[in-house]
Design a protein. Structure first.
Length: 80
C-alpha cells in the first residue's frame, strides 16, 4: 500500500505484517521500498512469529534479502 505526504514526488509505502489466521496486524512500518525498511518491519514482528511462521510476500527483492532462508513464500498477485 502506498500514499504520499506533502509532495506527490515522495511516495511512502505502508508495510503491514498480518497473522494469516486472525488477520490481526502484528507489525507495521512506513517508509520507502528499501531493504532497510523491510528489515525494520521484520524486526518489529514479535519474536514468536519470526521464529515459527511462514512469511507470504510478493516477489520484491528486499524480502529475499531480509527473510531467513526457507521461511519466505513468494506468491503472485491475486493468488492468496
Amino acid at each position: 500500500m502506498w500514499s504520499f505526504a506533502g509532495s506527490r514526488r515522495k511516495l511512502w509505502w505502508v508495510w503491514v505484517a498480518l497473522d494469516a489466521e486472525t488477520r490481526q496486524v502484528v507489525a507495521m512500518m512506513v517508509g520507502d521500498r528499501s531493504e532497510y525498511t523491510a528489515r525494520c518491519l521484520w524486526e518489529a514482528v514479535p519474536e514468536e512469529y519470526r521464529h515459527g511462521a511462514t512469511v507470504y510476500t510478493d516477489f520484491w527483492a528486499a524480502y529475499r534479502a531480509v527473510m531467513p532462508g526457507g521461511r519466505q513464500s513468494p506468491a503472485a498477485r491475486g493468488t492468496g
